[in-house]
Design a protein around this ligand. Structure first.
Ligand code: CDP
Length: 881
């Protein structure tokens, strides 16, 4: 009858000897798990700490010895030719003129906000100003500057650039740290890292005791991590009056940040930009009918039904009463979208209706590679007065689109490589350093760069000689997938702020031009003014777990903490995230982290995916668990073309396993991989094609698996010494990486469905048989055959639901257990359950962490499973419903 506190006090008082957990629970000894793969120099003074956290053993004497050495090195720098050359370049950057002002203001304020045009030298120069000031004056005992970057690629890129400007090797006074990779030494005083790395450091070092300056770069991007970091730092300032914080941003809404940090001065670095002409789709067409004609000649012919729908819009007198219902994709359904369209047509009334329709297609939802191609043709060969030199920067939403665009341009006689006049450079966040270097490389005279980029070139990376920008108006954004109840990456329209920033990239060296591939009306009326901050778009499980990991915040009221964010998310989102975390077993009833919760907190993935990969590693079914996890977080590789549905379904039958869509997908993946290993890329491609699988999706899944594996290494769940070879193809890497011993039980379907149950609970569907009650023992007495349509499926929140016809369980009647787990449900007129897996009862009873379990009689438990109860007898392992 003791209270919770009393029990804890009692346990603490007794202090039983600490049980050293049997490491074999984890598939492999995780002793050196996730250990630093940093290429530390020999003179580094590291201890090998647990996980990735390296600890420098530095005593006062060694610090002052190294500090003096750094000052001596600095004094000698002017002798270096390279340093001098770089200095010449640096002096020309707008930020350089502000050096004294910045140093002075930072000295006399705790928080400073700095804004300036992208490329003016914020990221590369300002951290150096602080470092140089210390080297010259050493007014503080110690300096340790941390500069956070939103992405790995920028952390490495800026660090290497800064080291280069200082004529040093990376890892000396300037270093970087990203997940699984650290380049630093006892000498390092300026450290670039990702925002996530600093947040993790705060878990073990809540006061950042040795840090003197924290620079948060790109705060305007408003990533969830950076917003959260601002909150943590705001609290930290109260106890660290000596800590200096700098917020840096491109196009800053500085009022927002100075309200958040009252009294913080704002330093604006004046830009050095030239005017840029802003050209919308209709202007482009007006400038060159050539674009329109070329486009309409090659454009997909507009379908009859689309054409009819467009006529309806064009003829409509009354905007409010448009028959929107009858309008199909790609016609917008949102009335807000109709208005700009109507105006677009209005503008084109002197043209014939076909032209209007083509214009509509051009302004429509999808990225049109031929349209981009025609605009590029026009830029380089068209009849206009703009310069016929300078780089061209094309903004596309994501890697997939960049690759497709690249392919399209390779077939274009002007841009093709063999022509030698243009170099096509893809730019996205997963590039290696060498690939990224191409972006900055100066071309031979007469050769122009065409950079195909995601929004990484909006604010993070600057193409110095850019004169033309082609903006397709789309970007990838993290959003919330209501059906899956988890984060997803969606292609969305950019905001006006994004579009303006994209335009600004063209005026770096001379007046430039920006082609927006959408209408002015869309810009004025449809695009939102600012992007919605990420924290208001995504589920909050990760944020909550992070809060719970930080000693300074863990015990505070969760709602109160979250309300303290610069722009807090809706309270409903917090409540539902807490519920989900409790059900997942990550939080206990007092909202404290459970041991499982602690592990999940270290994995930046959806908690269900996190559980799946943790359990997969524990039970030596890692490779299989990674494959399923990749599918859950991306998409299924099965294709079902409309006209070949039956054929596709037949092919799918050969992969069906264990009453489970997830295991069926796993089987298909494994067969594809086998084809890959045996016959290489072409073989895999043919296999995918023959079996109605998407080769592209499968390749992406393989990549996601590697990312997950790296996460597990990072937290020590998988031996860290597994090398993931960067040279080989993805599939070999995965096989090599997960190794056979980590997947010894990867073929065990019962085990896999139990793991799926643990991961996906409480997403449970119960199968009801009207004729008769299930009464099964765990050993699995299979009920007599039934008709598929005599079964009824129910979930707690929706009542009756239907299995989706694409599920392998759609026509099944012989369920050995009446419970299915699922990830996704789709609400149309009815609620459909998509992929699902039948789960045995024992794992359901034992793994359903959030379920209520009440002991009735001795050994007989009443277990709440979704909307009903099971009576579970522990001695006989039998259940009654
Ligand atoms: O942070 P901000 O956008 O203001 O500029 P920055 O990243 O400090 O870059 C300043 C200039 O340094 C850029 O305009 C590039 O010319 C150059 N830079 C470079 O050449 N290589 C890099 N890896 C980074 C910057």
């Amino acid at each position: 009858k003791n209270s919770h506190e009393e029990i804890i006090a009692e346990v603490k008082a007794q202090r039983p000897p600490f049980y050293d957990p049997d490491k074999s629970l984890v598939a492999e000894e995780a002793d050196n798990g996730g250990e630093n793969s940093g290429n530390a120099n020999d003179d580094h003074l590291y201890t090998e700490g647990k996980s990735t956290k390296k600890q420098l053993i530095i005593n006062d004497a060694s610090i002052s010895r190294i500090d003096s050495q750094l000052v001596d090195d600095f004094k000698r720098k002017p002798q270096s030719r390279h340093y001098q050359d770089m200095l010449k370049f640096r002096r020309d950057l707008p930020a350089y003129n502000k050096m004294k002002e910045i140093v002075d203001i930072v000295r006399s304020n705790q928080v400073t906000v700095i804004s300036g045009e992208t490329g003016c030298g914020k990221s590369t120069q300002i951290p150096q100003f602080l470092l140089d000031d210390w080297l010259l004056n050493r007014q503080n005992d110690h300096v340790e500057i941390i500069c956070t970057q939103p992405r790995k690629i920028s952390a490495i890129g800026v660090a290497e650039r800064v080291a280069n400007e200082r004529a040093e090797r990376i890892g000396e006074s300037v270093g970087y740290q990203i997940r699984l990779e650290t380049r630093s030494s006892a000498k390092t005083r300026l450290m670039f890292c990702t925002t996530g790395i600093l947040l993790r450091r705060l878990e073990g070092d809540p006061k950042l005791s040795s840090v003197s300056h924290v620079i948060v770069d790109e705060v305007h991007e408003r990533s969830a991590e950076s917003d959260f970091l601002l909150l943590v730092l705001r609290d930290l300032l109260q106890i660290r009056s000596d800590l200096k914080i700098l917020l840096m941003s491109a196009t800053l809404n500085s009022a927002l940040f100075t309200q958040y940090y009252p009294g913080a001065p704002v330093i604006e670095i004046p830009g050095r930009t030239f005017p840029v002409d802003q050209i919308f789709l209709e202007d482009a067409v007006e400038m060159s009918r050539y674009i329109l004609e070329e486009y309409s000649a090659s454009a997909k012919k507009i379908s009859k039904s689309q054409s009819r729908e467009l006529e309806i819009v064009m003829d409509a007198e009354d905007m409010d009463n448009l028959p929107i219902k009858g309008i199909k994709h790609p016609m917008p359904r949102d009335p807000d979208e109709i208005l700009p369209l109507k105006q677009l047509f209005h503008r084109y009334r002197e043209y014939d209706r076909e032209t209007c329709k083509t214009m509509f297609l051009m302004d429509a939802e999808k990225i049109d590679y031929s349209l981009v191609e025609h605009v590029l043709n026009y830029i380089v060969e068209g009849d206009h007065n703009y310069p016929k030199k300078g780089s061209i920067l094309v903004f596309l939403p994501g890697l997939g689109e960049i690759l497709s665009m690249q392919e399209q341009l390779m077939g274009n006689p002007i841009f093709a490589e063999r022509n030698g006049k243009f170099v096509i450079v893809p730019l996205h966040s997963t590039l290696t350093n060498e690939e990224q270097a191409l972006v900055f490389k100066k071309m031979r005279p007469g050769v122009r760069k065409v950079v195909l980029s995601t929004n990484i070139a909006e604010t993070s990376i600057t193409i110095d000689d850019c004169v033309f920008v082609v903006d397709c108006g789309k970007m990838k954004e993290k959003g919330f997938d209501v059906n899956k109840n988890m984060e997803s990456l969606e292609t969305v329209w950019v905001s006006r702020a994004n579009a303006d920033q994209r335009r600004g990239r063209a005026g770096r060296v001379m007046p430039g031009v920006c082609f927006h591939l959408f209408s002015r009306q869309r810009y004025d009326m449809v695009l939102s003014a600012q992007p919605v901050p990420e924290i208001c778009r995504i589920p909050l499980e990760q944020l909550i777990l992070r809060i719970k990991m930080l000693p300074a915040l863990a015990s505070k009221d969760l709602f109160h903490v979250i309300r303290g964010l610069i722009e807090p998310p809706a309270e409903d989102n917090i409540t539902s995230a807490v519920d989900r975390l409790r059900h997942a077993g990550a939080l206990d009833e007092f909202c404290n982290l459970t041991p499982l919760g602690k592990h999940l907190a270290s994995l930046p993935v959806d908690v269900r995916v996190g559980k799946l990969i943790l359990f997969g590693a524990m039970f030596s079914a890692l490779d299989s668990a990674l494959t399923i996890a990749a599918c859950l977080s991306y998409k299924t590789p099965f294709n079902a073309p409309l006209n070949k549905r039956e054929e596709a379904a037949k092919k799918k039958q050969q992969f069906v396993r264990g009453w489970s869509d997830h295991l069926t997908t796993l089987q298909a993946y494994k067969c594809w991989q086998a084809a890959f290993n045996k016959q290489g890329f072409r073989g895999a491609q043919n296999f995918a094609h023959d079996n109605f699988l998407s080769n592209k999706t499968l390749l992406t899944l393989a990549d996601i698996k590697i990312q997950f594996l790296e996460l597990l290494m990072d937290i020590g769940f998988v031996p860290g010494d597994i090398r993931i070879s960067r040279r080989k193809n993805t599939q070999d890497r995965i096989l090599e990486a997960t190794g056979r011993e980590l997947n010894a039980h990867g073929e065990n379907q019962k085990l896999l469905s139990a793991i799926l149950c643990a991961a996906l609970y409480p997403n449970i569907v119960k199968v009801y048989t009207p004729d008769r009650q299930f009464s099964a023992s765990i050993s699995g007495a299979i009920p007599a055959p039934l008709k598929a349509d005599s079964l009824v499926f129910k979930t707690k929140s929706d009542g009756d639901v239907l299995l989706h016809p694409s599920s392998v369980n759609y026509e099944v009647t012989d369920y050995p257990s009446p419970y299915l787990v699922y990830q996704e449900k789709v609400k149309t007129a009815k609620v459909f359950i998509r992929d699902c897996t039948m789960v045995p009862i024992l794992p359901l009873v034992l793994f359903s962490a959030g379920a209520l379990k009440v002991e009735l009689n001795c050994g007989e438990f009443l277990v709440s499973i979704d909307d009903g109860w099971i009576i579970f007898n522990v001695s006989s392992n039998k259940v009654r419903f």
